[in-house]
Design a protein around this ligand. Structure first.
Ligand code: SAH
Length: 205
């Protein structure tokens, strides 16, 4: 997966490549799709949601430019896989999921993979962030937002980075946003397709 899907494309950050080599992706997918855990694709994880394609996880992690001691927020826990990769790259990871069923499964998978003490799983509307834990040096959003989620931007530390797919329900562009005194500095990255972010500053259910 790392060689063919990441390195041969355009993922160059060695810390990200190493992190993705270390996290056992098969522990984050349901039994029925375990044989496809390392496919170049998003896979169903139940409740109509998906574990993101490895390439998108890599692109998001690379864009966050983590060095090892940062406080990170992961919005849309899903399987917990992205949170585990972030735990390999940053310091303290908080992840938030709106569906209780998935939050519980992710907690169990994270513990089984050895990330139980490095990742805290929260239940709630991630479009509102986690004000009691802010500010964050980096925020990763793994679901599509109709526009830049302002509340999340405001929970970034100065020069902090937010990566979020922005666009319609059926297609988005990954945006990399840096908090600056002049306001959000936005760089558009690759086209992508994520499940919708459902919440106060997202889509309606
Ligand atoms: N990073 C995940 C991707 C999961 S898909 C992984 O690696 O598996 C996106 C997830 O975002 C889904 O589980 C969905 O339920 C969740 N989600 C959607 N809107 C949300 C919101 N407002 N707050 C928190 N989670 C949300």
């Amino acid at each position: 997966m790392v060689e063919r899907q990441l390195r041969r494309r355009d993922v160059t950050d060695e810390r990200v490549l190493d992190a993705m080599e270390r996290v056992p992706r098969e522990l984050f997918v349901p039994d029925r799709v375990r044989g496809r855990a390392y496919d170049d694709a998003a896979l169903p994880i139940g409740a109509g949601q998906t574990i993101s394609q490895p390439y998108m996880v890599a692109r998001i992690c690379e864009a966050l430019e983590l060095h090892g001691d940062e406080k990170v927020l992961d919005v849309g826990t899903g399987s917990g896989y992205q949170a585990a990769v972030l735990a390999e790259l940053g310091g303290e990871v908080h992840t938030i999921e709106r569906l209780e069923e998935l939050a519980e499964l992710a907690r169990a998978s994270l513990a089984a993979a050895g990330y139980g003490d490095r990742v805290r799983v929260h239940l709630g509307d991630g479009t509102l962030g986690l004000p009691e834990q802010a500010p964050f040096r980096a925020i990763a959003v793994a679901a599509a937002a109709p526009e830049l989620p302002t509340t999340l931007y405001e929970q970034l530390a100065e020069r902090g980075r937010l990566v979020v797919p922005v666009g319609g329900r059926h297609g988005q562009q990954l945006q990399v946003v840096v908090r600056s005194p002049e306001g959000p500095a936005v760089v558009r990255s690759v086209p992508c397709r994520f499940v919708p972010l459902v919440g106060e500053e997202g889509f309606s259910a």
